[in-house]
Design a binder for this molecule. Structure first.
Ligand code: SIN
Length: 512
């Protein structure tokens, strides 16, 4: 009697814990990919744990999603922005209600520690409230006319269907930077999230569904870059492509978009520096460097992968930094004791270890701590790397020039302030930079001279806030900014309106 009962329980348990299969969201309905194929999404802290199966979508699914967005567009663009904002506000409320569950799922699929995924979800909530508030502004200008009895003004106009391609390091925050301003401006969207973090965007899109957003305004298609991302970029109906990811892929997208005359906003790599001057509060600078370099296991575009330190304090700073780094607790992000989680996948693991090897061998930098994969006990099932600090790094070496996107930072000595600025600016990227100093003049000189889109004083290179513009120069971006009201420059076009109430033909610039 007991044996079948036990078997039933076991089967039921198995069923209850079997990874779910998720769907695309097209025209307000949850649908499988046309080919019926799925891919597995693994937990990077323990690859035995399958988070779920997601549609392995192709051009056919993109076609359906773009058609849905195109059909929804003419109606959505006529919904008044304050009404569009009400849906967005409701999304913010739903995210608050579900914050803990969403953040838990996010840690499970992406790896970063729970405190950070809560921050990621909070960023989307902040963005929802910020953007919803803007629904009653979206200001244009009224101005003068050179002709009598003529009125001149500008308004923001929607663009059409937008293709959004988002990365895995901020699985909800970055999608919120794109979807929310896009739909507030009257566009409809198709989002293709990174294949490592589809669950977070699934949960985000569920919030739009629950908020009652009309079908077709937001569409979700999961899959890989080559098979789902590429057809989205090149689809003739897509008027705008917004991409966050590697510089290499960003440049391909920019070329394809330019070829088809599409608007394109890119947010790509970084090689961000913290400058530590001889008058800096060293305790604070070390805390900032640790958070800037190892927060999100160094997988932020804004990560502090270079620490440019004045020769007078470099010895002390290095000793304090290494001590603090060695004390970091590396482990699964769902364990409240962990401070640094795994990197996101096998490719990322190999890439980071490869750069560590280059640092040791080709660059001949001094490995001060870390430098290895961690494999004790259950860590062997995940992609854990010991937080790594290199010392005596030459500014032109590979690990000081190329984006590593992992828990690796390089201490670069500098002679003085001018030298520090030259080193900081001597890379192909320009996203974020920071200076630690107690000299107000130096702080302002640094803010003026650092060639980056974002600059911090006495704070690390990470920690963007949603109501301020985010983005960079050189290899980092293509002139656009996400966040802040500046994001509306991406997702709308200016329309100039003239109203002549003179009752006669007036000719601008022509006097006779
Ligand atoms: C990022 O690097 O993408 C996140 C923004 C930040 O923490 O500054």
């Amino acid at each position: 009697m007991s044996t079948p009962a036990k078997k039933t329980v076991t089967n039921a348990r198995k069923k209850a814990t079997a990874p779910p299969t998720y769907a695309n969201y097209i025209q307000g309905a949850w649908v499988a990919s046309k080919n019926g194929e799925v891919f597995a999404n693994h937990n990077p802290a323990d690859t035995r744990d399958i988070v779920g199966y997601f549609p392995h979508s192709t051009a056919e699914d993109i076609e359906a999603a773009v058609a849905a967005a195109a059909e929804a567009y003419p109606r959505w663009r006529l919904v008044p922005p304050p009404k569009r904002a009400e849906y967005i506000f409701r999304v913010g409320e739903i995210l608050i209600r579900d914050k803990e569950a969403i953040s838990h799922d996010m840690t499970r699929e992406m790896g970063k520690v729970l405190k950070e995924t809560r921050g990621d979800t909070q960023e989307a909530i902040d963005m929802a409230y910020f953007v919803a508030g803007e629904g009653r502004r979206l200001y244009g200008q009224t101005t003068t006319s050179e002709l009598a009895n003529k009125f001149a003004m500008t308004v923001r106009d929607a663009i059409g269907v937008c293709g959004l391609i988002t990365p895995w390091n901020f699985p909800i925050a970055i999608p919120s930077w794109k979807i929310l301003p896009a739909i507030l401006c009257g566009n409809t969207v198709v989002i293709k999230p990174a294949e490592d973090t589809p669950l977070s965007v699934y949960r985000f899109v569920k919030a739009f569904e629950e908020a009652g957003l009309p079908p077709g305004v937001v569409n979700l298609v999961t899959g890989y870059g080559e098979t789902a991302g590429a057809p989205l970029v090149t689809h003739p109906t897509i008027r705008l492509v917004s991409f966050t990811g590697s510089t290499q892929v960003g440049r391909i997208i920019a070329t394809q978009a330019a070829d088809k005359g599409k608007k394109c906003s890119l947010e790509m790599g970084g090689k961000n520096a913290i400058v530590v001057m001889d008058d800096a509060n060293l305790e604070l600078a070390v805390e900032g460097a640790v958070w800037g370099a190892f927060g999100t296991a160094g997988q932020r575009c804004t990560a502090a992968s270079r620490l440019i330190v004045h020769k007078k304090v470099i010895k002390k700073f290095t000793q304090m930094l290494v001590e603090r780094t060695q004390a970091l607790r590396v482990g699964p992000g769902l364990d409240p004791a962990s401070e640094v989680g795994p990197v996101v996948n096998q490719d990322q693991l190999e890439r980071v270890l490869h750069y560590i090897d280059i640092g040791r061998t080709r660059d001949k930098a001094k490995l001060l701590c870390g430098g290895t994969r961690l494999t004790e006990g259950d860590l062997a099932h995940g992609y854990f790397i010991a937080p790594t600090v290199f010392g005596d790094v030459a500014p032109q070496s590979v690990i000081a020039q190329e984006e590593i996107f992992g828990p690796v930072t390089a201490i670069i000595p500098c002679q003085d302030f001018e030298d520090a600025i030259t080193i900081a600016n001597g890379v192909g990227y320009g996203l974020s930079a920071a200076i630690y100093t107690s000299d107000i003049n130096r702080a302002f000189q640094a803010m003026r001279d650092l060639e980056t889109g974002i600059c911090y004083v006495n704070a690390p290179t990470i920690g963007a806030e949603v109501h301020l513009p985010f983005g960079g120069i050189k290899g980092t971006g293509n002139g656009h900014r996400e966040g802040g009201v500046q994001a509306f420059e991406i997702f709308s076009e200016w329309k100039t309106l003239y109203v002549d109430f003179s009752g006669r033909l007036q000719k601008a610039q022509i006097t006779d």
